[in-house]
Ligand binder design. Sequence first.
Ligand code: GLU
Length: 508
Amino acid sequence: MNKKVRVRFAPSPTGGLHLGGVRTVLFNYLFAKQQGGDFIVRIEDTDQTRFVEGAEEYIFNTLKWCGLHPDESPLHGGPFAPYRQSERKASYRQFAEQLVEAGYAYYAFDTPDELDQMRFNHKTAENPSPQYNHALRVHMRNSLTLPAEEVKDLLAAGTPYVIRIKMPLNETVSFTDMIRGEVVFHTDQVDDKVLLKADGMPTYHLAVVVDDYAMKISHAFRGEEWLPSAPVHILLWKYLGWENEMPQWAHLPLILKPDGNGKLSKRDGDRLGFPVFAMDWTDPKTGEKTIGFKERGFLPQAFINLLALLGWNDGSDNEIFTLDELVNKFSMDRVHKGGAKFDFEKAKWYNHEWIKRLPAADLSSHVLAVLAEQDIVVNNEALLYKVIDLVKERCTLLPDFVQQASFFFKEPVHFDTDSLKPKWDDIKKLFFIELAMGLELSKEMAAADLEKEFKELAAAHQLKPGDLMLPFRIMLVGGKFGPGVFDIATTIGKEATAARIRHVLSLL
Ligand code: GLU
């Protein structure tokens, strides 16, 4: 019988969430929803030295913003609670002890100084950082090298120890990755990883296996950087007697720097001027702030869409997908093996496409938020929707709405009169005086009618309408931007249009 699909995202709360991390969430989520399964978030916080205040809350806020809601998590609860590994501490030791008894693991009593000494003594040009492995464990103080009596005494005396896996010699370990196919490892190349630390906490390696088993995880999708750990995990599944319950694995390709040269890091973002984190993150220790995609003005729909296409496609040229479409179309066997280059210009293209596609009603809360940051208050919803529809084609990131839309709600403060002065003359001035007067005396009109009147008035002054457009635009919006001038004028209304014309005339 097929197991119920249960996948997990298992972040360590150590800082802001990199876009690669969110893509891991997304692929887990898409797979789970497509298969009618459960999406679990488990917080892997066993490394207390790396714990960062606020990081867990940040992770859940990010998932919320992205619309990727967990079925089970420390926040949402569930039948396998607790979902925070630090709260499951008591459940791991028995398995580490069981492994020692069966001869698959051993106690190691080496002090930090002894470990340093070992690294120093065995360092060679070919092996600059020697590891605790099958070759070196015979030189160390552990339950493999010490007499049984001494081990017993050390334990009884409360001597600090860790439990390490005993990697077998000359074996191969293999598994079938859903993306990479058959992957083979040689056990000689893997060190004797610590499973249980001196403070009684498990390491990631033990905890991830124990919890994936306990939580009945059917598929484990994680970043490619975890591939080297897979042989340790496979052996643990086997040694603990759970081999038949082992999840199917997929190791997702890395997200690469724009030039393809290595993994994309937060520092690349800082250097090249684009976000790498999902949302703003402030490091509580250094106070350093890192801008996120959300605050840079990305829509969650666009962010999800662009992440899905980093390493996956549906086999067609289609690049725009809603979350529901992704749930339908996603398949692990169309995920590429190779890394996916991140291209910020392409990321912006997705956002622009989404801004164009979404109806004004769906964009309005985002637009209100960016306008509110500039102290622009909007209390006419119909006007807001109209403005959004008029300008959204011109907006790539949400803050672009500030330039493209604020002048509909608030008179501009700065007018680029310098761009007007070189070609300004008395005939043009007269034209605009008459235009303002005409507007004040007329009724409100449609954009096409205003355009007609404008052209007739220009003809009467023997002026080319084309020479009057830029001055008119600068009078209405302050600079060389915005949608069609007649649309702007009729949207702000004749009174405001006339007032802005008169104001700029007074400046010239
Ligand atoms: N805690 C690991 C991380 O921080 C999880 C890796 C896995 O999914 O096995 O990414």
